[in-house]
Design a binder for this molecule. Sequence first.
Ligand code: RIB
Ligand code: CA
Length: 310
Amino acid sequence: MPIPVILDCDPGHDDVFAIWLAAANPAIDLRAVTTVGGNGLLEHTTLNARVALTVAGVDGVPVARGAAGPLAGSLHPAEDIHGANALGGPVLPEPTVPLDERDAQTLMRDVIQASEAPVTIVATGPLTNIGLLVRDHPDLIPGIARVIWMGGSTTRGNATPYAEFNALTDPEAIALVLDSRVDFTMVGLNITHQALVTREVRERIGRIGTRTAAFGSELLEFFCSTYEVAQGMPDGPLHDPITVAMLIDPAVATTVRSHLDIEVDGTHTRGATRVDLIDALGAEPNATIAMDLDTDRFWTLVEEAVAALA
Ligand code: RIB
Ligand code: CA
């Protein structure tokens, strides 16, 4: 039975591969894509989501705009990685996938209420939309099977020494989602830095020969070039599709149950995800934490998805 999924994202180069994996793999029933300000301004991340689906030849998946910025503070797009339009590299075609007239909250509510089974929310950007959903529509929480989120880290950050970008952008939203007690999985930098876009990976995608693969190759070349300059990592980590891969094949990543909380006040540590891997606090585990990636299996899933699209 395919898993009903809402994908909330901020495309973003790696978000695009998460969209493609969710759209292509038969284990996933992609019911909706919602967008949030993050890697870029909402106007860019929303256009880019529509472009990603258009390039891949995917239609029939509604796309709706969500929050332009975080619940507190202001948005600081990651232009150093993703470029001014949040999808630097290829020329972007005019999307044929329309923008849904509903906003993200309305679309997510409609999808959850119409679903015959609880819906999995995959989030690959700041958690603003999901935080608002569980805060303003607590009656929908039973209709959410789980939230699996790319963000945070059990080790270091990337936006600051202690905070990963999605977490730093909206720590208050993370607190709302954790307080909702929804089934929550964190896919942090500790595992996503194992998904490195090596030269061999770029050659595998480049050999596929489709329109989607050609577009994806340009995305990866740009992403790796900016990651080398901005983060000293010439093989950029393709963070976001790991969330979808874990739904398709849970064996693709090892996980542990642990107590997770989010720092919202720290002068130097705002946005840090504190994962108590050593159970120092004796607190009840409240999250599933992704730890180690089967990189061969992961890249095979990504390659198969790209090859299955237009
Ligand atoms: O820190 C990496 C995360 O922030 C990824 O989701 C990337 O797309 C950006 O949103
Ligand atoms: Ca993202």
